[in-house]
Write a protein that binds this ligand. Structure first.
Ligand code: ADP
Ligand code: MG
Ligand code: MG
Length: 863
């Protein structure tokens, strides 16, 4: 029979799948001999069974009974005992932390009968009443769905709380402790599917199938007077990664009070004065936890009349900067090695660190200061309501969500906003925790703000900011500015650019060290997509080992458009050749510049790819111009020719029409001109390594035709260049064995391969059905963003295997956007590509992820 309940003594963090993070870690701490109140955990298995069938699984009730008895023994009190009642908390806790998204009910077990016993045992009647009130509220809200503010008018009277409960539910507050427990457990199960939890999971890409565990923990009381209290702490600063004491403490309070950011907390350091013994014990426990978890931990604790209790720990969330700094500090402290440090930072975090920061040299007016809760620079219109914020952001206006404090219902607005500003709460408030998790800029606890939600405005130091007024918030410094503050490049980018020394500060040092280690470890080379000398130069500074994609058509824009028009409008071979001859020197100059910037490194030049009409004005414009001219009795001349040409070239689906290699096969001399330009440029630049890439090939004969002509030209000019093809048409992937015989290299064009593999286009991402597909879970993330491993990925696997089988020295890379996407980079490592190519700004991200992929696969490679 499935075991659904685990005592803390039976569990551990290796069982987090089953016990959730909270339960697994409570058990872990209990196992370490730390002061954890006794308790047990109902598994995620039970939750999943309940969510599937709508009923608690068979046997669960008996198991709970058994473990409750053990809990009573350990606590030395009985549940429902009118003289000395055991009270418990019923706490959600999934495998991945979802801060505040699900429910917890405290003080379960209090009834009219037991409340007197609690008062008698503690000698504190007010306290007992306070606990009872909290139970009725929390239970009412969580189990019975009573609105949160319904109890606002009830004051401190238990009677009034009970009356409100009755009014909303139509029945009395339950007086049977076991009934309270069972219904609370069920409510926690249900909270897995609450709207906000679903939304959070989608945002954080947590699978919906996991379910939550439920922890039943003996209550300890922080609200028993001045020598009691409750707090949260981090073993290091979660914002910067620096060592030190970081936390908030609230005397005479119960857990929820700190996290909710309702009352202003005191810094944890001040606890030392109030209660030296508990403070010292806490510090020592925190270092024990760090040693054990080998990482930053965050904790929740409660002090009951001078006795310290640990209520939660986990490896703590942190900012991107802190992740890098902590990882290298731990290496210096001898706790982890560099491989481990590398695995603890992500490309997404590095990308965050490359965001711009505010340029304050213009003297922007600072109107308030708060806690630097989540770094970044955000500018937007102040909006005071979560739903309005989501609406306004959807209309395209960037917004800053301004609240007194946030709660889980604010999630839609938080997701939509550029940044979040609150007037209350510290680094551990809901706003701060959630914003850090999302990598979103947040300033919280800006106490100078008088937030008036009804009027939709705040006032601060004589300024009035109303809905729609633009403000700028700096989550790195905790500053709030009026109006738009300009942004400047991030220090990490300036370090890549060579403007900041690698040892400038702890963050730059950490990034430098970890990236160098990634470079040592990775097997994938990283190249950049670049079309100009400036892009190529930047790419090299960012660590690119070559150019994986130069789009030659970008060289046909601007002033040169008229030359291309002439090519398209040519009516005789002489006219066409003349136009091509004029284009040649331009192309040669462009390639020369690229080769110079990338001396000694490969430069892959793709022959022209897009349909030619893209170089002409849109059909509608031309038609209008021609019609107007004719109306005026004038000769439309050139416009008429263009219009005729556009009509001639019109295709219902130009992305599936005359483009790529097909252009080269039907327009005589076009590819030859490009190949000649490449060859002549290569001949000019010593150390150049040209690679010529043919786009949109679906059949080996296409490639052979182009290759034969190109090889003749190269030989004529006396230059050596690899000739290869993009693999971006499904047929190419499926006939890769044949194509490889004519190719020196393959480069996957994953955008087109995705488009043609799925049969929908990139433009659909914003269009009619993508949202629905995400909702249905047909994909968890757009396949244009992250490679679709099962489908498009299979085409890639086939092409790699059959290509290499036909030609073992075939060099294989990828040059679609996916080349800089962290998940996709891991996939490309797994399938054994030689390189990825991405935009210059993604190059450091790809270097890091390629290193992580290599370390991961050596760590766990069983294939
Ligand atoms: P969350 O997942 O939202 O942090 P928790 O289950 O940790 O929710 O509980 C909410 C608050 O109640 C926390 O501050 C926690 O420390 C406190 N709490 C939970 N269980 C107990 C208990 N047995 N005794 C005292 N406080 C508790
Ligand atoms: Mg908690
Ligand atoms: Mg393409």
């Amino acid at each position: 029979m499935t075991k659904y309940v685990y005592d803390f003594a039976e569990g551990g963090r290796d069982l987090n799948d089953l016990l959730g993070g909270k339960g697994g870690n409570l058990a872990e701490m209990a196992g370490m001999g730390l002061p954890v109140p006794p308790g047990f955990t109902i598994t995620t298995d039970a939750c999943r069974a309940y969510l599937r069938t709508g009923r608690e699984p068979y046997g669960l009730a008996d198991e709970v009974e058994l473990h409750l008895e053990r809990l009573e023994e350990q606590a030395g009190r009985r549940f429902g005992d009118p003289d000395d009642p055991l009270l418990v908390s019923v706490r959600s806790g999934a495998k991945f932390s979802m801060p505040g998204m699900m429910e917890t009910v405290l003080n379960v077990g209090l009834t009219d009968a037991t409340v007197a016993g609690l008062a008698a045992r503690t000698g504190d009647e007010d306290f007992a009443q306070d606990c009872y009130r909290r139970l009725i509220q929390m239970y009412g809200r969580t189990v019975c769905g009573i609105p949160g503010d319904a109890f606002d008018s009830a004051g401190s009277s238990v009677q009034r709380h009970k009356a409100i409960f009755r009014q909303y539910t139509g029945h009395e507050f339950p007086q049977e402790p076991r009934e309270q427990l069972d219904t609370a457990v069920r409510a926690v199960f249900d909270s897995w599917n609450a709207d906000r939890a679903v939304l959070y999971r989608r945002q954080e890409r947590i699978p919906s199938s996991l379910g939550t565990a439920v922890n039943v923990v003996a209550m300890v009381f922080g609200n028993l007077g001045a020598d009691s209290g409750t707090g949260v702490a981090f073993t290091r600063d979660p914002a910067t990664g620096e060592r030190g004491v970081y936390g908030d403490y609230l005397a005479d309070a119960q857990g929820e009070d700190v996290v909710a950011g309702i009352r202003n907390t005191m810094p944890l350091q001040d606890l030392e004065q109030r209660d030296q013994a508990s403070y010292d014990e806490l510090m020592s426990i925190m270092s024990t936890l760090e040693e054990h978890y080998k990482d930053l931990c965050d904790i929740e604790f409660t002090i009951e009349r001078g006795k310290l209790w640990m209520l939660q720990t986990r490896v703590g969330k942190r900012t991107a900067a802190a992740a890098f700094v902590i990882a290298t500090h731990l290496v210096d402290e001898g706790v982890i090695d560099l491989d481990e440090a590398l695995s603890r930072v992500t490309g997404t975090q590095l990308a965050q660190l490359m965001f711009p920061a505010f340029d304050l040299s213009g003297g922007a007016p600072r109107i308030a200061t708060g806690v630097a809760a989540s770094p970044g620079a955000a500018v937007g219109a102040a909006v005071f309501d979560s739903h309005r914020a989501a609406e306004i952001a959807a209309s395209g206006t960037p917004v800053i969500l301004v609240r007194r404090e946030t709660n889980p219902d604010d999630l839609p607005g938080m997701i939509a906003a550029q940044g979040i500003l609150t007037s209350r709460g510290g680094k551990t408030s809901h706003a701060a925790v959630v914003a850090r998790g999302m990598g979103k800029t947040c300033v919280c606890g800006a106490e100078e703000l008088e937030v008036d939600l009804d009027k939709g405005q705040f006032t601060t130091n004589g300024h009035v900011v109303s809905e729609g007024d633009v403000i700028s918030i700096d989550g790195t410094a905790g500053a709030v500015y009026l109006g738009t503050v300009p942004v400047q490049p991030s220090p990490v980018v300036r370090y890549f650019e060579g403007e900041i020394a690698p040892d400038a500060d702890p963050l730059i040092r950490a990034v430098d060290r970890i990236l160098r280690h990634a470079d040592d470890r990775r097997r994938l080379a990283v190249r950049a997509n670049a079309d100009t000398g400036a892009d190529a130069a930047r790419a090299r500074r960012f660590g690119a080992q070559g150019i994986g994609l130069c789009r030659t058509e970008h060289m046909f824009l601007g002033d040169r458009r008229t030359l291309v028009e002439r090519l398209i409008l040519a009516r005789t071979p002489q006219q066409r050749e003349a136009a091509l001859a004029e284009l040649l020197p331009w192309q040669r100059a462009d390639f020369t510049e690229l080769f110079r910037e990338m001396t000694g490194r490969p430069v892959t030049i793709r022959l022209i790819d897009p349909p030619l009409h893209e170089f002409l004005p849109p059909l509608e414009d031309l038609a209008v111009r021609v019609a107007r001219a004719e109306e005026r009795g004038e000769d439309p001349g050139h416009d008429r020719d263009l219009l005729d040409a556009v009509h001639r070239m019109h295709e219902d689906n130009p992305m599936l029409g005359l483009r790529g290699v097909r252009l080269g096969l039907v327009i005589p001399g076009l590819f030859a001109m490009q190949v000649r330009a490449v060859a002549e440029a290569a001949a000019l630049v010593p150390g150049s390594r040209a690679e010529i890439m043919v786009p949109l090939v679906g059949a080996v004969q296409e490639l052979e035709t182009v290759r034969d002509e190109a090889q003749r030209l190269l030989a004529e000019i006396g230059v050596d260049a690899r000739i290869g093809t993009m693999i971006e048409v499904p047929r190419a992937a499926l006939t890769a064995g044949q194509i490889a015989r004519a190719a020196d290299f393959f480069s996957f064009g994953t955008n087109d391969l995705t488009q043609m593999g799925w049969g929908f286009s990139r433009d659909d991402v914003e269009g009619a059905f993508f949202g629905r597909y995400l909702e249905l879970g047909i994909f968890g993330v757009s396949p244009f963003e992250s490679i679709d491993r099962d489908g498009v990925g299979r085409l890639i696997r086939i092409a790699v295997a059959e290509g290499r089988a036909a030609r073992p020295d075939l060099h294989i890379g990828v040059c679609g956007e996916h080349g800089g996407d962290p998940d996709s980079v891991h996939f490309f490592h797994e399938v054994g590509l030689d390189y990825v190519s991405c935009s210059p700004f993604r190059v450091p991200v790809a270097r890091l992820e390629a290193g992580r992929a290599a370390v991961e696969s050596t760590g766990s490679d069983t294939r």
